[in-house]
Write a protein that binds this ligand. Structure first.
Ligand code: ASP
Length: 312
């Protein structure tokens, strides 16, 4: 096999005790389905960009993850979703921030890249672009999940912005928080790379808060050397310009993908308090999936054909 693919469904403190076997099974099934969706594109000789978009769309349509359908609530009780993708071969990128209606924010991000001369569109203007081009829009009820609504009440009571809550709806008072942002990175059969990331952001976030996900270089990056998709407390990833820093370490210091990822996740983000992780692929198809949190929902398929779904 001469392609590689990795996906994530968020990183953070995923308490084993609060993840029921039933919930764990559902997460694994959803991750496996998204991986297969992306891998089918690559196996057919399709471009990395199509593969990462397809994998992320699959996760956006699943209410278990904090993106698209399962997006968390803002303080005011709305959903404001961010997404970005980047094509390493052409260097082109597209992103949306604060969209409220488009069913698949990652498709809107691609539209920004392909149908406009811009990189990042935000708020009603970004939803409007999606509407103009016929992308499906949804009413607020589509994005409502009881579990997320419960998280919002808890976050408001705690008086702070929260990373996505521990996954089991049966343990709403669990003090451990996880993040459920989704992302994908791929190397296609032509050796081209791409990355995509999509999120609802953080529960109880202030109106108009934008995280790292849609910021090219912070939460999402791809060039000829590497493709990166991050998940974690966005403000830390923005200040660290985390995704692009990996590309810089590889280019200027000639480090391997694994070493560059280790430095950013463990030596830079962790000491600063930047909890989270990322998935990465290089031009040879090597994968790295480091995280400094207790777990990260992830799945991958290597160039040698071996693949796995993992949480811890
Ligand atoms: N990075 C995302 C944000 O800060 C959250 C996450 O990864 O769960 O918006």
């Amino acid at each position: 096999m001469n392609y590689s693919l990795a996906i994530h469904g968020g990183a953070g403190t995923i308490a084993r005790a609060s993840l029921t076997p039933e919930a764990e099974k559902n997460y694994r099934i959803a991750l496996q389905a998204a991986l297969q969706t992306g891998a089918a594109v690559l196996a057919g000789g399709g471009p990395a960009l199509d593969a990462v978009e397809a994998a992320v769309r699959s996760l956006e349509d699943c209410p278990l993850f904090n993106a698209g359908r399962g997006a968390v609530f803002t303080h005011e009780g709305h959903h404001e979703m961010d997404a970005a993708l980047m094509d390493g071969h052409s260097g082109r990128a597209g992103a949306v921030a604060g969209v409220r209606a488009v069913q698949n924010p990652i498709r809107a991000a691609r539209l920004v890249m392909e149908a406009t001369e811009h990189v990042l569109l935000a708020y009603p203007g970004a939803d409007e672009l999606a509407r103009e081009h016929g992308l499906p829009l949804q009413p607020p009820a589509y994005f409502f999940t009881e579990f997320r609504h419960q998280q919002l009440q808890e976050a408001i009571a705690a008086g702070r912005m929260q990373l996505d809550h521990a996954s089991a709806p049966t343990a709403p008072a669990d003090p451990n928080w996880k993040k459920g942002t989704v992302g994908a990175v791929a190397r296609d059969q032509h050796g081209h790379l791409a990355a995509a990331t999509s999120t609802g952001g953080m529960t109880n976030k202030r109106y108009a808060r934008i995280g790292d996900t849609p910021l090219i270089g912070a939460g999402t990056w791809a060039d000829a050397r590497c493709a990166i998709s991050c998940t974690g407390h966005g403000e830390y990833f923005i200040r660290a310009v985390a995704a692009h820093d990996i590309a810089c370490l590889m280019e200027y210091k000639n480090l391997s993908l694994a070493e560059a990822c280790r430095i950013v996740v463990h030596d830079k983000l962790a000491p600063a308090g930047g909890e989270g992780g990322l998935i990465a692929v290089d031009a040879a198809g090597n994968l790295a999936l480091p995280f400094n949190s207790e777990g990260m929902y992830r799945a991958w398929q290597d160039a040698d054909g071996s693949g796995e779904v993992a949480i811890y």
